[in-house]
Ligand binder design. Structure first.
Ligand code: SF4
Ligand code: F3S
Ligand code: FES
Length: 247
């Protein structure tokens, strides 16, 4: 089959390409099972070597090729042509500065990620037998879903609250915080809840729900955010979080 790609492009180094514009490419002999990433490679290798995109693993693991494809955030390496049809529109993800073509500046995204202390904190010595810190199966299940995050930014850049206010930490950072807040072995949950109780934390989430269907790992993002909101409310009533931080 023939497939027409309409790609949103921008090149800050070329004077008449500094403003975003659309460019069309047609590919022949496309198989329905071809992935969008392969076809973007074909365009780059066969038609226009200047087309710029970010990718690494090509197998849905690294999270580097998030794009807006036919109006929906997806990983280009996971979506097949048969699920899109003969006309495919590709744009950079929204809400982050475009560097070139499909490549956005991920620094603001990772700045929010760092805000929530996305690492295990426990300064107590290991048990005397030198074995790992144990937890029950049900304890582990509390944060199992949020361990699946690959930091692709599909959720955060699908969120209208983030589009409206780039200071909002965004759903991805909250999912990462969730992974540690609900880990019984971690000791920095209250600090993370303090960060997320600030005005640009979880309360910027208006439960719009765009983030959950955008997640290529099928993480229940909105549910995780709801659990963090509840933890802050409980913390507020027990004096861990200042109630003023909640509005
Ligand atoms: Fe990507 Fe899902 Fe993680 Fe959001 S929660 S960054 S969509 S993997
Ligand atoms: Fe945004 Fe998801 Fe909340 S789309 S408003 S973070 S439920
Ligand atoms: Fe790694 Fe798509 S290239 S997730």
């Amino acid at each position: 089959m023939d497939v027409t790609f309409k790609i949103r492009r921008r090149n800050p180094d070329v004077p008449d390409q500094q403003k975003p514009y659309w460019q069309e490419f047609t590919l022949n002999e496309v198989e329905p099972t071809d992935r969008v990433l392969e076809l973007l490679h074909r365009i780059k290798w066969e038609q226009d070597g200047s087309l710029s995109l970010r990718r690494s693993c090509a197998h849905g693991v690294c999270g580097s090729d998030a794009m807006r494809i036919n109006g929906v955030n997806r990983l280009a390496c996971k979506i097949l042509v048969r699920d899109l049809g003969e006309k495919i529109q590709v744009e950079p993800i929204l809400g982050l500065p475009v560097i070139k073509d499909l490549i956005v500046d991920m620094q603001p995204f990772f700045d929010h990620y760092k805000q929530v202390m996305p690492f295990f904190v426990n300064d107590e010595p290991l048990p005397a037998d030198g074995r790992e810190r144990l937890q029950t199966q049900s304890d582990r299940e509390q944060f199992d879903d949020s361990t699946k995050c690959i930091l692709c930014a599909c959720c955060t850049t699908a969120c209208p609250s983030f589009w409206a206010n780039e200071q909002y930490v965004g759903p991805a950072a909250i999912v990462q915080a969730h992974r540690f807040i609900f880990d019984t072995r971690d000791q920095a949950g209250a600090e993370r809840l303090d960060v997320l109780g600030e005005p640009n934390g979880v309360w910027r989430c208006r439960t719009i729900f765009n983030c959950t269907p955008a997640c290529p790992r099928d993480i229940e993002v909105t549910k995780a955010i709801g659990e963090v909101k509840l933890a802050i409310r409980k913390g507020a009533t027990s004096g861990i979080i200042q109630p003023d931080a909640i509005h």
